[in-house]
Design a protein around this ligand. Sequence first.
Ligand code: HEM
Length: 461
Amino acid sequence: MKLPDGPRLPALVQTLKIIAQPLQFLESCAHQYGDIFTLQVLGINSPPVVFLSHPEAIAAVFTSEGDKFELGQVTHVFRPLTGTRSLIAQDGQRHQRLRQLLMPPLHGKRLPTYGTLIREATLEQTAGWVPGKTIKIRDYTADIALQVILKVVFGLQSGSRYLKFKQLLKPFLDRVNSPFNSLQFFWSPLQQDWGAWSPWGSFLRQQQQIDQLIYAEIAERRQQPIGEDVLSLLIAAQDEAGEGLTDQELRDQLITLLLLGQDTTASALAWAFYWIHRSPRVLARLRQELANLGPDPAPLTLAQLPYLNAVCQETLRIHPIALISQPRVVREPVELEGYCFPPGTILVPCIHLAHRRSQVFPQPEQFEPERFLQSKFSPYEYFPFGGGNRSCIGMALSLFEMKLVLATLLSHYQLELTEGKPVRPTRRGITIVPSEHFELTMIGKGQPQKPTLEHPLKQIR
Ligand code: HEM
């Protein structure tokens, strides 16, 4: 069997490169080998891992029918976090059924009901901003996203359990996304509980505290259903045999949504603030679009603004947060790009590389929201939320949230990038976020009299 070409470096070196310098490593491989290449990555049972970025290959993976692919063991890195019953640890019919159960509260008619909450959370979190204040925007977007996800998933907006969740989840997320802890999830020999002071032991104890809260909420809700949040709907759900989900099944879905839904949206928002404030032209056009609406526009009106939408799309093109879709394991032989991949091969749709293909996105390093006004891209050229039967179930919610938070803050505050602190893409767990010291400075309240047209900071990438 001939596999696509790839670097000849030892597997350990390739693994370290993909962990330590993912963008540089992937870009250099694409430069050398093109749209399809093979890496040897330790920790996922070590079969060859084939990276794809050509739209035809992506389409073939995303549109394949039935059980041609599975996630199988490749999501094992998430299991200590999400549990074995989470939808991301399932394949086939069970996976599809869980998706159907989880989707409704995250889509359609439920979304507008979160509009007021998102706006209020945004204004509440930023109430202390005064001119001259330097702002680590990701800390604020993380708090806003946490408030939103607690409401959507548990229906919680206040009360002591809500406060306890807030208090426990933030340090937990910081811990699981820190570089050393990410390594622990990849390499099971590091998963040793040597007491509360050992890294794994302290992770397990933190997780236990969160689980206790989740199980307490489940127990209460089984007695007293309260609404249309994810938990209420999951508790009411039954299969053909009339069986509902067990407590563990419920817990695994809930923690999955908390883990995947909060950090991703918070980071996407941080990138959006970064790019908007690096481009005076974009900021001025966006402000103009918002000003045309008058005071207090309805959330759905904001969500339909074409330029605001284009800014969010372009943010997720240039920094898709997740570099890759979930890796798919071949179950039946698959032909792609002139190769025949046998069962066991791992195929990885690479979002980052697909979004940087200059044939589709000319000058891919430039932040140009206008490209989304001028062209329509296929779901195999542009896919920040992945695709096919494993596409992100939080897409509608996170785009809605991004638009509302951006519109609210740009209408209430004038911000600029804090000078002298170049921002770099940095790994946080499985996502790529602006470097820790990324800061904005507040320079005024409300809309400026005249939009600023010059900005002193230069392009960094
Ligand atoms: C800007 C924000 C977000 C980005 C960029 C993002 C991106 C992604 C990507 C790339 C995937 C993999 C898709 C694939 O394998 O093809 C994914 C899966 C998933 N995401 Fe998101 N996501 C975001 C927000 C959310 C939110 C808000 C939630 C939940 C409330 C969520 C829940 C999930 C779940 C449960 C999956 C697994 C789906 C499955 O395996 O069937 N995500 N996301």
